[in-house]
Write a protein that binds this ligand. Structure first.
Ligand SMILES: Cc1cc2nc3c(=O)[nH]c(=O)nc-3n(C[C@H](O)[C@H](O)[C@H](O)COP(=O)(O)OP(=O)(O)OC[C@H]3O[C@@H](n4cnc5c(N)ncnc54)[C@H](O)[C@@H]3O)c2cc1C
Ligand code: FES
Length: 509
């Protein structure tokens, strides 16, 4: 690997964060509303916006700050080209469901495009073609099959040979007339409309449980209750399960992004590699010029080993493609993968008809989150929606899910035991400033981070969700759970759910 010309930005901040979002007080007493929406990302805000427009009283609950979860750390391509997908969907689910999938995504893109234009939202929206490129002959064959799937489904695309980068491609597949935008600039006016229509927002309010019933109650971790007729769980990983076994039906994968200024101009378009390691490229307007967003390096959460290396690999790729002149941003994030590549959107189980979930977007949640909001709104107002069946969380397609179902569970069980048995990585005295590792304290394996002032922060790595052992993430200075993706700060505070309780602090005897 070539040595870096630039010092990697110390803090992992996404470019989108430059946009200021209003802040809100936390919930301080019991309250009642028609609909409680939990989670202030693209799914929750779009659902809240649509439901308030239907005349409902809606309260939006967010455990941290709005648009600071996955939506605040996305790449924000708005497209139905979700990697190589449609040929697989046709094989596993049939042409009808593959077509429904495509149409739901095309409608979500249409929704974003129309609302941006009608409301004159200045969110750096631009129409772009999306491209998948293959560098190996094996992937080129897959692109040919995918093109056949496009033709069967009537998707407008084209097979060609090259893209305007210094990459030796064997085949390239385009999907025409897709888009990209700035997610915070897009969601801010929706949030404003929601508030103007009487919607309420509570930040720093973690939903910990739901008491079910015709009048459900969302219970916060401070014990306050929000009584409502419907609950929309848009918390990314669902914070409640109701024996829907979401913890066994999904797994989290992290990937990395850098925002760089480059010597060469960006040729337009949005790019994604078919081969591994995955690479994603797009540009966005930035201070009168443009910022190039390079993404990739996907791995299962908590299994990234040396997380800094992932940023270095992206930097090297960007340098080769376009020549870096400035490297102001880097960030990482994770999304959830379902067993059959199709998200779970609808009632959380077949028994809980008034509690809805939207999750498992496989890193394509700009359209999926929007499609989910549109679908859940229809379910609540009793309007037929052609995609309800496809996304129904109660489905269980036998092919290819069952084997993966078992594999996912085995993976979780293995992590519960593995972390407790392995030897400690270091002695606490060996830790340098700004370094984290597993050390032995009073005979027990303990998570340790020595901060820049030499203070040692000790935590019990046992995840408060279901007991797996968290791993140190060097690049973000967090403890990440390999099972369902909960993340904790070095002090043990929850950074990302499904866990709602902090890690226990360890005090040496
Ligand atoms: C690296 C990366 C790149 C991506 N690039 C793209 C792309 O180019 N195009 C695309 O379409 N998609 C992309 N995605 C996927 C997309 O960003 C996500 O699918 C989408 O943002 C998910 O939105 P959400 O609203 O469901 O979740 P989030 O944005 O994560 O929102 C959930 C919110 O719920 C809150 N919350 C969690 N638990 C609780 C609780 N118990 N109580 C209250 N609040 C809670 C969280 O704090 C969070 O704010 C990418 C994903 C990743 C990881
Ligand atoms: S055990 Fe589920 S996120 Fe950690």
């Amino acid at each position: 690997m070539q040595s870096s010309k630039f010092t990697m930005p110390r803090f992992p901040e996404p470019y989108w964060k430059e946009e200021e979002i209003p802040s809100f007080e936390k919930l301080k007493s019991d309250t009642a509303t028609d609909i409680a929406v939990v989670g202030g990302g693209i799914t929750g805000i779009t659902a809240a916006y649509l439901l308030v427009k239907e005349g409902f009283n809606v309260s939006l609950l967010e455990s941290g700050s709005l648009i600071n979860g996955t939506t605040g750390h996305t790449t924000a391509k708005v497209t139905a080209q979700h990697g190589l997908l449609y040929d697989d969907l046709i094989s596993h689910l049939g042409e009808e469901k593959a077509l429904a999938y495509y149409q739901s995504q095309a409608e979500a893109l249409h929704f974003i495009r129309s609302i941006t234009s009608q409301r004159k939202i200045e969110c750096d929206f631009s129409n772009e073609d999306a491209f998948i490129y293959a560098e190996s002959s094996k992937s080129a064959k897959k692109l040919e099959k995918e093109m056949e799937a496009y033709q069967k489904l009537g998707i407008s695309g084209e097979l060609s040979e090259s893209i305007p980068f210094n990459i030796d491609t064997k085949a390239v597949l385009s999907m025409k007339n897709q888009a990209q935008f700035h997610p915070l600039k897009y969601l801010k006016p929706l949030l404003r409309d929601f508030l103007d229509a009487g919607g309420k927002v509570y930040e720093h309010t973690t939903a910990a449980d739901i008491e079910e019933g015709e009048n459900a109650r969302v219970v916060t971790n401070e014990g306050f209750k929000v009584q409502c007729k419907h609950v929309v769980i848009a918390s990314h990983f669902p914070f409640a399960d109701f024996k829907g076994f979401y913890f066994a039906k999904m797994h989290p994968e992290r990937s990395y992004s850098i925002g760089v200024k480059t010597k060469k101009d960006f040729p337009g378009g949005m790019y994604f590699s078919a081969d591994k390691p995955a690479r994603s490229l797009r540009s966005t307007p930035f201070n009168g010029g443009e910022l190039i967003i390079v993404g990739g390096e996907s791995h299962k959460t908590g299994q990234g080993i040396n997380t800094v290396k992932h940023y270095e690999a992206l930097e090297e790729f960007a340098e080769e493609m376009l020549g870096i002149t400035d490297y102001p941003y880097r960030w990482s994030s994770q999304d959830l993968f379902t067993l059959d590549m199709v998200p779970f959107i609808g009632p959380i189980t077949s028994k809980q008809k008034n509690i809805y979930v939207a999750t498992g977007f496989r890193k394509w949640g700009m359209t999926h989150g929007t499609a989910a909001a549109l679908l859940i709104k229809d379910l609540i107002v009793n309007k037929e929606n052609p995609y309800a069946h496809l996304y129904n969380p109660a489905r269980f397609e036998a092919d290819p899910s069952i084997k993966k179902f078992i594999a996912t569970n085995t993976n979780v069980a293995a992590h519960m035991v593995k972390g407790k048995l392995e030897p400690a990585e270091k002695k606490k005295e060996e830790l340098k400033a700004d370094e984290g590792a597993v050390v032995k304290i009073d005979g027990k394996r303990t998570g340790a981070y020595k901060d820049e002032n030499g203070k040692l922060h000790l935590i019990d790595r046992t995840c408060t969700h279901m007991g797996c052992e968290c791993e140190w993430n060097e690049a973000e200075r967090t403890w990440d759970c390999p099972c369902h993706g909960s993340r904790f700060s070095y002090k043990g505070e929850v950074v990302e759910g499904p866990a709602v309780k902090p890690l226990k602090k360890v005090k040496p005897k």
